[in-house]
Design a protein around this ligand. Sequence first.
Ligand SMILES: CC(C)(COP(=O)(O)OP(=O)(O)OC[C@H]1O[C@@H](n2cnc3c(N)ncnc32)[C@H](O)[C@@H]1OP(=O)(O)O)[C@@H](O)C(=O)NCCC(=O)NCCS
Length: 252
Amino acid sequence: MTIVVIGAGGHGHVVTDILHATAAAGEPVECGGCVDDHLSSSGAGPVLGPVSALPRLRHDAVVVAIGDNETRASVSSRLQTAGEHLAIARHPTAIVAIDVRIGEGTMICAGAIVCAGVRLGRGVILNTGSIVDHHSMIGDFAHIAPGVRLGGEVWIGERAFIGIGATVLPRITIGAGAVVGAGAVVTRDVPPGVTVAGVPARVLKPAQKVTARPQSKMPHCDQGHAVTLVTPTRPCVLCQKDKLQRVGVTPQ
Ligand SMILES: CC(C)(COP(=O)(O)OP(=O)(O)OC[C@H]1O[C@@H](n2cnc3c(N)ncnc32)[C@H](O)[C@@H]1OP(=O)(O)O)[C@@H](O)C(=O)NCCC(=O)NCCS
């Protein structure tokens, strides 16, 4: 399978390396190069052209290697509408439990560890050396930065960003579009759109507007939210109004 990397920035270089490492490990994967609307070269080599050049390039699938969650989501949606297939990029040194479900377009970087029962949405970035413990759920287009540690049964909402080296205690819910600062230790649920930082994590910025979510093939609740709970005994992370009210924030 020939895969073209969308985005030639730092993350594009990382994903290019994942594809080369996957091929070197004997998998039937070939990196077809990078396309980018703004850059003419990347650390991985010359850029083949803008994204609009894709139809002229020989390829079977793409990986959208753009670190910013909103941009990755919108570019992925546009490309899927145009008929592109989003591949999963998984570094051979990542340890992924056998029953983990991985959404299309998700990237699992070198040294990441994903434990049993985890569900990863579409277009997720599990960056270098991050750890996702058992039965956690990562929503579509969330970004888990290098060295993050998520305890068991943690739920990360769509397009949330968890900064370098942060720790999230077991059974914590991080709302859609929330930001967790580098090095934070999250001991309480974080409402959608809120930025927290520090040890223990405290609110740094109030809720930002959380944009509409794309359709997802992940399991979803009866409201259509893609980030559902791992077990039927817990309600949807986005609809669990009681929980949000407990942390003093008006539910969306
Ligand atoms: C939390 C974060 C998003 C805030 O960014 P910001 O909105 O630009 O905030 P500022 O830099 O203006 O900082 C605001 C205040 O928060 C403090 N602060 C910022 N980040 C912090 C952090 N991670 N932990 C503790 N305090 C932090 C600043 O020192 C500053 O305090 P002050 O007002 O007393 O001077 C950002 O600092 C961060 O941690 N980003 C993660 C980066 C990362 O992991 N990238 C991974 C790429 S793969």
